[in-house]
Design a protein around this ligand. Structure first.
Ligand SMILES: [Zn+2]
Length: 413
């Protein structure tokens, strides 16, 4: 009788075409095979055990926060369970998690935003704590059509499966994505200078920041970037939107879109074509600035402009800029967090954010379905003898046990 053996084909040879150190290490340890043709990871007995362990841990982490473990096989089926039992079971029939292949599906319904946010945070904290990996963290992100988004992430190398651009603070270990919410106002160059006199200066052909800096011999933080867009109001009328960030920052379209929807009821943010721009703000292409914008233009400035002093801004007149522009003396638009994080951005701990890559391991997004159905999961509501009960805040997400297993086997970046 032959001896029974477990298939653990350890090897010193990395799999062909695999770049992810997590995949390479899983294959070398005989825990998985790699299909270079379609990039699929084939878990062998020891890898399957690791994967199953992650799924069990995730399920336990969510169960501890009140998510009911079910096997309903579809979002529609989970919705029908909630609909059937929510009246009698309330909270216990509004939060679910389910294993689907190599992922955990998470769905819950709440009556208000605060309860939904709190539930998402508790779920993420519990997952991070139960997984027990110091490299795993959850990061808030800003994404279209979501009131809030939380991403489970771990630092990684570029080219790893699920890698995204991010920023990392070595002092405190905090991780961010470019669109993560931000509450820091940078120190302004020339903060101690007296405010100069606002005046027009001729800058022929200076319709890029680089050319402007070279013509006037100034540094990029002394400039202001203006970007014009259009968005629709409730009556589907086009409104021009002028957004301003300091010259060394980049605008986050996701943050700007979120602000416009929340604060001005404007949706469908998009770039404007030349003819539209001309009609809405006049002939300002390349020379748009915050001083003297037509009043019908919706203006919003980034946190990076607060207290900016003696900067150069577009004069809203081709071939001209304005020198010695000061906030709030010369322009005072509503201020919001609309810029992307950048390398060199200070962290609240006193450290500095540096560019890194982070692997997305899962995400939870909260949508307000009273405004718009997201097309996937329906809004939960029911009537009892007294009144109607609405649960329009949908927490909806997945966490990938496969990505977590890869991340656990990856080399530290
Ligand atoms: Zn820090």
């Amino acid at each position: 009788m032959s001896e029974r053996k477990t298939l653990v084909p350890k090897t010193d040879n990395p799999p062909a075409k695999a770049r992810d150190s997590g995949i390479i290490n899983l294959v070398k340890a005989g825990k998985a095979a790699y299909n270079a043709k379609n990039g699929e990871l084939l878990f062998l007995p020891e890898g399957e055990l690791a994967l199953r362990g992650v799924k069990t841990t995730l399920g336990a982490a969510l169960e501890a926060e009140g998510f009911q473990k079910v096997d309903c096989a579809s979002d529609d089926a989970i919705f029908s369970v909630a609909e059937r039992f929510a009246r009698e079971w309330d909270e216990a029939a509004r939060a679910f998690c389910e294993e689907r292949g190599r992922e955990l599906r998470i769905i819950s319904w709440d009556s208000d935003a605060g309860a939904s946010f709190a539930r998402a945070e508790r779920a993420m904290k519990s997952i991070v704590s139960e997984l027990g990996e110091s490299a795993f963290t959850f990061v808030e992100d800003v994404t279209p059509n979501a009131a809030r988004t939380f991403v489970l992430a771990a630092r990684c190398e570029a080219g790893d499966t699920g890698a995204r651009a991010g920023f990392f603070c070595e002092s405190c270990g905090s991780l961010r994505f470019p669109d993560s919410p931000f509450d820091y106002t940078p120190r302004q160059p020339g903060a101690d200078e007296p405010e100069g006199v606002l005046e027009d200066v001729e800058t022929p052909g200076a319709n890029t920041i680089a050319e402007l800096c070279s013509q006037l011999s100034i540094d990029v933080p002394r400039t202001l970037k203006a970007m014009l867009y259009v968005a629709s109001d409730g009556d589907s009328k086009c409104r021009a939107v002028a957004s301003f960030v300091r010259g060394d920052y980049n605008l986050s379209m996701n943050k700007l879109a979120g602000w416009l929807e929340r604060e001005r009821g404007l949706t469908g943010l998009r770039s404007a074509d030349k003819a539209e721009l001309h009609e809405l703000v006049g002939e300002v292409a390349g020379y748009c600035g915050p001083v003297g914008m037509p009043p019908r233009v919706v203006m919003v400035g980034d946190l990076s402009l607060v207290g900016s002093k003696n900067t150069v801004v577009g004069a809203n007149h081709p071939g001209y800029h304005k020198k010695c522009c000061c906030h709030p003396r010369d322009f005072d638009p509503p201020i919001a967090d609309i810029a992307q994080a950048a390398s060199g951005t200070p962290c609240s701990c006193g450290g500095i954010y540096k560019a890194c890559c982070a692997r997305e391991l899962g995400r939870l997004a909260i949508a307000d379905l009273s405004k718009a159905e997201n097309g996937k999961v329906k809004k939960l509501s029911y009537r009892d003898r007294v009144c109607a009960h609405d649960f329009p805040f949908l927490l909806d997400g997945t966490v990938s046990a496969e990505r977590i297993t890869m991340a656990r086997h990856a080399d530290a970046p």
